[in-house]
Design a protein around this ligand. Structure first.
Ligand code: FE2
Length: 197
């Protein structure tokens, strides 16, 4: 059947995996060139849905994944106790000093066929008066994430930042992330004037 042009709608390649629906977008209309690997822990039921948190974030799209490679920010932003909240103007107040988070993080890329994937390994411990409380380990995620949101909403993306030796993972992340751009990718400056993303 001939379909009139005005009745046609755009379709998008999609896939349903890991209990989520993924939509492929490519600025050159190219079909998917890689697929998302199954997450074993989700398939086996080891990781289950526990709820969600929703935020409006006004930043460059690269900032959020790059956070995983920014190892140095953890001891500054995420070390103060979750009890001190997510407003960064007060999280480092001295009366919260009795409780601290300790983070050990590694960020690495994966190889073919999953070179579009990277992995952040997090080891976290929560200390009160210097003593570790393992049962509290799982309750910190949501509030700690809100601290990142406050940074992202006030952060300026710089394409060639000044990096020191401790920021080597950020440099690796920047090189790895170039695979997600093509020559026609919308530029950040264009997005500042438009909501068309
Ligand atoms: Fe963070």
């Amino acid at each position: 059947m001939d379909m009139p042009e005005f009745a046609k709608i755009k379709t998008w390649p999609t896939c349903e995996l890991n209990c989520a629906v993924f939509v492929w977008f490519h600025c050159d209309d190219i079909d998917p060139s890689w697929s998302i690997p199954e997450q074993e822990e989700i398939q086996s039921g080891e990781w289950v849905y526990r709820g969600r948190t929703e935020h409006f974030v006004n930043c460059h799209i690269q900032e959020i994944p790059e956070n995983a490679a920014d190892i140095a920010h953890l001891s500054h932003l995420h070390a103060p106790s979750m009890l001190s909240g997510s407003d960064l103007r007060s999280t480092r107040a001295s009366h919260w000093g009795f409780a601290q988070h300790d983070w050990k993080v590694e960020w690495n890329t994966e190889s073919e066929p999953n070179k579009h994937c990277s992995r952040m390994l997090v080891n976290h411990a929560f200390y009160i008066f210097g003593r570790r409380f393992p049962l509290l380990d799982v309750h910190v995620v949501c509030r700690q994430f809100e601290r990142d949101v406050m940074i992202w909403n006030n952060k300026k993306y710089i394409s060639k930042p000044l990096l020191v030796k401790e920021d080597s993972a950020i440099a690796r992340h920047r090189r790895w992330y170039t695979q997600f751009y093509s020559q026609n990718s919308p530029r950040f400056t264009a997005q500042l004037d438009s909501l068309d993303w």
